[in-house]
Design a protein around this ligand. Structure first.
Ligand SMILES: C[S@@+](CC[C@H](N)C(=O)[O-])C[C@H]1O[C@@H](n2cnc3c(N)ncnc32)[C@H](O)[C@@H]1O
Length: 300
């Protein structure tokens, strides 16, 4: 160990900051750590860094993100070199450059182009249309992660995950279907409010019913799991509570100020729920604060 915890994909909704707060509630022995809503796989990287499991499964329904992980883990040097090449091609005054990389990505699907797009797009939030085209626009205020920093992060992530990690593209129910009681599943589905557009209530209900049915089947198989589900920022609340029959314990994690709130100069704090499966030892307290020192370190 001794190395810095790498985080090569700056992804909106990353659990990088929350990982140290989730750590104490994880079981001591884990055979395979599953992260079926992986995105930037912040929990997997954290678990690998702290040697919390022997194997890892990174899953996501977004094929592009799985291909990006393949490139990072299997070909770190080429990925970092290619990222540097793309990054250095940009000029602050040329906003068309981003659009040209986006067009190229939409035609050729090179995962390293996607990495650049994620680094430079608005809120680091990937957006795809129904045809699978990347549609998010450029954030004019910053250039995206510098190549040297990216090379370190890619090399670190590959070092942690190579030879121990399986990448799976697909829905969370299928990518976790072979999990056993010795394993652990960490889930971070998108907030229901952001998943669906029109006809929101009906779709939210449908999505929530599907989630509940999936959690029920994990319980029946005696799988240990944690679920980041809803949260609140200031006045805003996301996601209705989950039913008692799932026998989960709900913890509240004080995640500090959201980056959006910080940008807008607001003091709103983000509080996130973490549900633990009933077969895990419930901690004595249910509200967790982030240590000040960690908040300061992460803000750097
Ligand atoms: C909130 S993000 C997860 C962020 C992640 N915790 C991190 O640290 O970056 C949710 C992810 O789940 C994926 N996703 C959405 N619906 C899914 C589904 N039904 N099955 C698998 N993945 C899904 C999205 O593509 C997205 O990458």
């Amino acid at each position: 160990m001794g190395r810095k915890l790498p985080h090569p994909i700056p992804y909106q909704g990353s659990k990088r900051k929350l990982a140290p707060m989730i750590h104490p509630v994880l079981p001591a022995e884990i055979e395979t750590f599953y992260e079926p809503f992986a995105g930037s796989a912040a929990m997997t990287l954290y678990a690998a860094h702290h040697r919390l499991a022997r194997h890892f499964v990174i899953g996501d329904c977004l094929e592009a993100i799985i291909e990006l992980w393949r490139s990072i883990i299997d070909a770190p040097e080429q990925t970092a070199n290619r990222y540097a090449e793309i990054w250095k091609g940009q000029r602050e005054d040329n906003l068309d450059y981003f659009n040209s990389v986006r067009d190229r990505y939409n035609n050729e699907h090179d995962p390293v182009d996607l990495l650049y797009l994620i680094c430079r797009c608005v809120k680091n939030a990937v957006r795809f249309n129904a045809k699978g085209m990347f549609t998010q626009s450029v954030d004019k205020r910053r250039l995206g992660m510098a190549p040297e920093k990216m090379a370190d992060a890619i090399e670190g992530a590959s070092f942690l995950l190579k030879g121990k990690t399986e990448l799976r593209k697909g829905d969370w129910l299928s990518t976790t279907s072979d999990a056993n009681p010795e394993d652990f599943v960490y889930m971070d589905p998108p907030y229901l409010g952001t998943t669906v557009g029109r006809d929101k209530r009906y779709h939210q209900q449908l999505e929530q019913d599907r989630l509940i049915a999936g959690l029920k089947s994990l319980n029946q198989r005696d799988i240990r799991f944690a679920l980041s589900y809803d949260g609140m920022t200031g006045e805003k609340e996301y996601g209705p509570p989950l039913p008692d029959h799932l026998s989960m314990t709900r913890l509240l994690l004080h995640a500090g100020r959201s980056s959006q709130a910080t940008l807008q100069g607001k003091a709103d704090e983000t509080i996130e729920s973490l549900y633990l499966s009933g077969n895990l030892q419930a901690p004595e307290k249910t509200v967790f604060e982030q240590p000040k020192s960690l908040q300061q370190a992460l803000a750097l």
